[in-house]
Design a protein around this ligand. Structure first.
Ligand code: TIH
Ligand code: FE2
Length: 327
């Protein structure tokens, strides 16, 4: 999947012809390939490795995602007492930190989610109700994902304003930081900003740029995604606030990112895109945007220099991507 057909025309020119990528939202049924590095079954350092019950639970919830097809309602998960307890611990620490450390756009939607009783301390919200909320606000919707997806599959869904979201809950023994995405990360980290118009637009533009991109370009786009959507900071007057989902769902790292124990650099797509990173522990470097609008402008200028020989346009009426030849 996602491979490019290379046609050698002569010895030093290679033309990319007809790369496969999803053209309609239903094609995302084929964009659910997993990275396997965090399987609790395979990774001995995973907090769930020794916990048979946890592993069985993960399997059950993953099967829901594998069976999911475009147009299906997202099945509700009756979360267990332990899962709700894990959510509650993270939620209650976050409630205290948001007013001081989250960007204003996050705060506005977080408040709204509380008022609408979608975010409550005692129960994990269901993906379908959150998807309905997003749809009303920015047209984004959710589909369940079984785990960490390949960058190409994950980014491509954003082109359709679809966010692939895990549905399982992290192990109760590691509530405040996990190296893999889980529903707590998706819900507390990603949902508020996907309901913000400017941020939703930025997310979709990264997705559109990824369609039919080369492997190297996918690597750069996912690095930009990492340092913005996942771990981004932004200026608010003289202060620095968090907007990255990986910060807003991980209480320990949120404080770390705003302390003097890490480095802050200005967000600049050409340098940010090639910054190596790891996902096992807190980040040593964070990138600071002036605002979402400014990040979007810089990103647009950088994307315009990508080598893709065609342009794409999303048609929301048909939920499809139109390809425009530009060569
Ligand atoms: N570290 C985040 C958390 O503990 O909520 C989860 C992830 C963010 C990005 C990748 S995994
Ligand atoms: Fe994430």
């Amino acid at each position: 999947l996602g491979g490019l057909t290379l046609l050698a025309e002569d010895t030093n020119a290679v033309t990319v012809k007809d790369p496969w990528f999803p053209r309609h939202a239903s094609d995302l049924d084929n964009c659910n390939h997993l990275m396997t590095k965090y399987e609790p079954d395979l990774d001995m350092s995973h907090p769930g490795f020794a916990d048979k019950e946890y592993r069985a639970r993960r399997k059950l919830i993953a099967e829901i995602a594998f069976a999911y097809k475009y147009g299906d309602p997202i099945p509700n998960i009756p979360y267990t007492e332990t899962e709700n307890e894990t959510w509650k611990r993270v939620f209650n620490t976050l409630v205290d930190l948001v007013p001081k450390h989250a960007c204003k756009e996050y705060q506005r939607v977080f408040q709204k989610l509380r008022e609408e009783k979608i975010f409550e301390p005692h129960r994990v919200p269901q993906l379908q109700e959150v998807s309905d909320f997003l749809k009303k606000n920015t047209g984004f919707t959710l589909r369940p994902a079984a785990g960490l997806l390949t960058a190409r599959d994950f980014l491509s869904s954003l082109a359709f304003r679809i966010f692939q979201s895990t549905q399982y809950i992290r192990h109760i023994n590691s509530p405040y930081h996990t190296p893999e995405p889980d529903a707590i990360h998706e819900l507390l980290g990603h949902m508020p900003l996907l309901a913000d118009p400017s941020f939703a637009q930025f997310s979709q533009e990264i997705g559109l740029a990824s369609l039919g991109a080369s492997d190297e370009e996918i690597e750069k786009l996912s690095t930009i995604y990492w340092f913005t959507v996942e771990f981004g900071l932004c200026k608010e007057g003289t202060e620095t606030k968090a907007y990255g989902a990986g910060l807003l769902s991980a209480y320990g790292e949120l404080l770390h990112s705003l302390s003097d124990k890490c480095e802050h650099r200005p967000f600049e797509p050409s340098t940010t895109a090639v910054q190596p990173y790891q996902d096992q522990d807190y980040q040593p470097i964070y990138y600071v945007a002036n605002s979402f609008e400014d990040a979007k402008e810089k990103f647009r200028r950088w994307v315009a220099m990508m080598s893709r020989p065609f342009e794409v346009r999303y048609n929301p009426h048909t939920q499809s991507v139109e390809v425009l030849d530009s060569v």
